[in-house]
Design a protein around this ligand. Structure first.
Ligand code: IPM
Ligand code: MG
Length: 369
């Protein structure tokens, strides 16, 4: 029997509440098999800052490197608005992404049939929607140097962020995009701003060349990122895989998430390079939603994105596609039966809390065996 070692990092706000539901799902699969999961837990974000004055400790980083997968909740909140930039809660997440070299961020946006009416768009635009936003995660303006605020001495200050991409970074994320598309509807839309940015020009050039060299069988289309954002809300079903840089991907994936009815629905996987020896890749799984401090601690949060993120771990880290499908089906069935947390409820609809939603999903899982 195979045993997988997980590191759970619940983080801040609703993170611990939604992670508690994942622990129940882990317990379910430990009973059912075929594989076993053990897990360790650590602090990250504001929770870690309160205990250690940093947003992630070196010790936790070592555990993350050693784990077969990291399952991450959410970080941040108004409580830490004033802490130094280097130790702000988000820095812990960014360090995990960078130090584990998790350059490929998969953010699927799938509309569950029962929720088409929860979208802010007309149901016919989002019914059956299934797109994959592939966001470059370790480069671009998030990490480029210099990154400074300088006092100009004349009462003015100057802030600099640097958008920087090397061709190898664009090529490796492009390769992930084309390979994903081959297993889906075989179409890639690459988004950048080549009309104003040098990095956009290079992005376009590298993706075009890679396509011509290795992926001619896949349909490739280029869109400027602003117009791509407009198309995402005008006619989202035109897309299959969207590949884009770190910052545009951050923005476009929030938009895509909302198409599905709520940010509380969208899971994500962040993957590194495959190790040629072990055939394993470093990986972190997290919901796209944030720590939602306004509802934290009240048992109101929607655990679906967190549970679906664990499902992605089963699929992408452990080759447990069947078990991942079970989770997706359990979520869909739970929604079909009318279970709604506040974020996805129509006005007047009855809502359930975090653990009730978790129980309903577990009951649907159990019903499948
Ligand atoms: C995300 C988040 C992060 C990001 C924050 C928390 C640093 O918005 O994962 O989309 O900007 O990447
Ligand atoms: Mg974001």
């Amino acid at each position: 029997m195979t045993t997988h070692n997980l590191l759970l990092l619940p983080g801040d706000g609703i993170g611990p509440e939604v992670m508690a539901e994942v622990k129940r799902v882990i317990a379910f699969f430990n009973e059912q098999g075929p594989d076993k999961f053990t897990f360790d837990e650590g602090l990250v974000g504001g929770a870690c800052y309160d205990a250690h004055k940093v947003s992630i400790t070196d010790e936790t980083m070592e555990k993350a490197k050693a784990a077969d997968a990291v399952i991450f909740g959410a970080v941040g909140g108004p409580k830490w608005d004033k802490v130094d930039y280097d130790v702000r809660p988000e820095a812990g997440l960014l360090r995990l992404r960078k130090d584990l070299a998790l350059y490929a961020n998969l953010r699927p946006a799938v509309t569950y049939p029962a929720l088409a009416s929860a979208s802010s768009l007309k149901p016919e635009l989002v019914e059956g929607l299934d797109i994959m936003i592939l966001r470059e995660l370790t480069g671009g303006v998030y990490f480029g140097e210099p990154k400074t605020i300088t006092d100009l001495g004349n009462g003015q200050k100057r802030a600099i962020d640097t958008q920087v991409y090397d061709s190898y970074e664009i090529e490796r994320i492009g390769r992930v995009a084309f390979e994903l598309a081959r297993k889906r509807r075989n179409k890639v839309t690459s988004m950048e701003k080549r009309n104003v940015m040098k990095s956009g020009l290079l992005w376009n050039e590298v993706i075009t060349a890679l396509h011509a060299r290795e992926f001619k069988d896949v349909q490739l289309e280029h869109q400027l990122a602003d117009s791509g954002g407009m198309q995402l809300v005008r006619n989202p079903k035109q897309f299959d895989v969207i590949v884009t840089d770190n910052l545009f991907g951050d923005i476009l994936s929030d938009i895509a998430a909302m198409l599905t009815g709520s940010l509380g629905m969208l899971a994500s996987a962040s993957l590194g390079e495959v190790d040629p020896k072990t055939k394993r890749r470093k990986a972190l799984y997290e919901p796209v939603h944030g720590s939602a401090p306004d509802i934290a601690g009240k048992g109101l949060a929607n655990p679906i994105a967190m549970i679906a993120s664990f499902g992605m771990a089963l699929r992408y880290s452990f080759d447990l596609g069947k078990q991942a499908d079970m989770i997706d089906e359990a979520i869909a069935a739970t929604l079909d039966k009318g279970f709604r947390t506040g974020d996805i409820a129509a006005p007047g609809e009855k809502t359930v809390g975090t653990s009730e939603m978790g129980s309903a999903i577990l009951a649907e899982l159990a019903a499948q065996v």
